[in-house]
Ligand binder design. Sequence first.
Ligand code: GDP
Ligand code: MN
Length: 338
Amino acid sequence: ATVPKLTGKRPDLEDLREDGLEGRRKANAVFVVLARNGDLWAFLESMKQMEDRFNHWAKYDYVFLNDDEFSEDFKRYTQALTSSKCYYGLIEPSHWNQPDWIDEEKATAAREDMIRKKVIYGHSVPYRNMCRFNSGFFFRHPLLANYDYYWRIEPSIKLFCDIAYDPFLLMQDEKKVYGFTLSLFEYIETIPTLWDTVKGFIQEHPEYVPEGNAMQFLSDDNGETYNKCHFWSNFEIGDLNFWRSEAYMKFFEYLDKAGGFYYERWGDAPVHSIGAALFAKKEQIHWFEDIGYKHEPFQHCPQGEAHTRGKCWCDPANNFDWEWYSCTNKYVGMFPKS
Ligand code: GDP
Ligand code: MN
C-alpha cells in the first residue's frame, strides 16, 4: 500500500537544529482542547505526553475551550506543564446549546429510543452539544481567529513516539487540509439519515464538490450509499480555513437545519470526515502514519522503520489499521500504486 508521496522533504529535528530551534520556521498553529473542569487530570496525562514527545521543542500554544468557566485549578495545572502560552475561552451559549428551533418532543423521543437500543451516549444532550460544537463552531471561536492550523487533543490519549518534525509545517507545505491517524466505521444508529441529508446538499451545491475528491473513502457505490467510514476525530490536525470555507460552512448549516445532531446523534467525526472527503481533493487528506496514537479502545502503532525512527514504545502487533473494523484500507485504496 502506498499513500501520496510528499513533494517536499520532511524536515526533521536534526535539520531544524542546524538553523537553531529558536528562530525556526513555524506554522501559524495551535493545539485545541475542548474540556470540562472535571477532565483536568485526564487531560494533563495527554498534555504531558504532547510536551515530552513534541512540544518541548516545537513550542506551539494551546487554546482551551469550555461551555463553563475554567477553574483556577484547571488553568494553573495546565499552564504549569508547558513553557508555551495557554489561552482559556468560554463558548458562547448559542454555539453550544440545543437551538430553540429543535422540536424538543421529537428530540426527547429520539433519546429515549436510543436508550432502549443501548446506543453509546444515546441519552446525552451535552454529548450532542459537544458533537455539534466540534462540527460547526470550534473554528469560529475568537481565540482561534488568528490561527491557520490546529491539532485537537483529548483527555486520556497516548502518544507513543517522538515527533521529531513539525506536522503543522507538513500540512502547510504540502497543502493538506485534514490529517488523521485512525479511521473506522460509524454506528449506523447514530446517523440513519445523515447520508440522505448529505446527498441533498450535494444536489443543491454540486459546485462545492471538486474533481478528485475522496468520495471513494465514503462510498463503495459512487455516492449512492454511505459505507460509514470516518476519520476518528479525537485526533485531528487540520486547516482551520478549510472549515471556515463557504463550502463547509454552508454544508454545516444545511446539516444543522436538518436537526440530526439532536433527532439522531450525528458525531463530529462523520461530519468532518464527509466534509473533508467531499470538499477537498483526496491528496489533501493526510494519514499521519508515523504518529503513534491511542484513544481507547483503538491504537495506531507505527510499523517497521517508522517505529524505530520515532523511538516508539507501542507493540507494533497491536495496531488497528488493518483490522476488519478499520477504514484505513479504503483510504490507502484511493492511491493505487503507480
Ligand atoms: P468520546 O471520545 O466520544 O468518548 O467523548 P469524550 O467524553 O472524550 O468527549 C470528547 C471531547 O469533548 C473531549 O475533549 C471532552 O473533554 C470534551 N467534552 C465532552 N463533553 C463535554 C462537555 O459537556 N463540555 C465540555 N466543555 N467539553 C466536553
Ligand atoms: Mn474521547
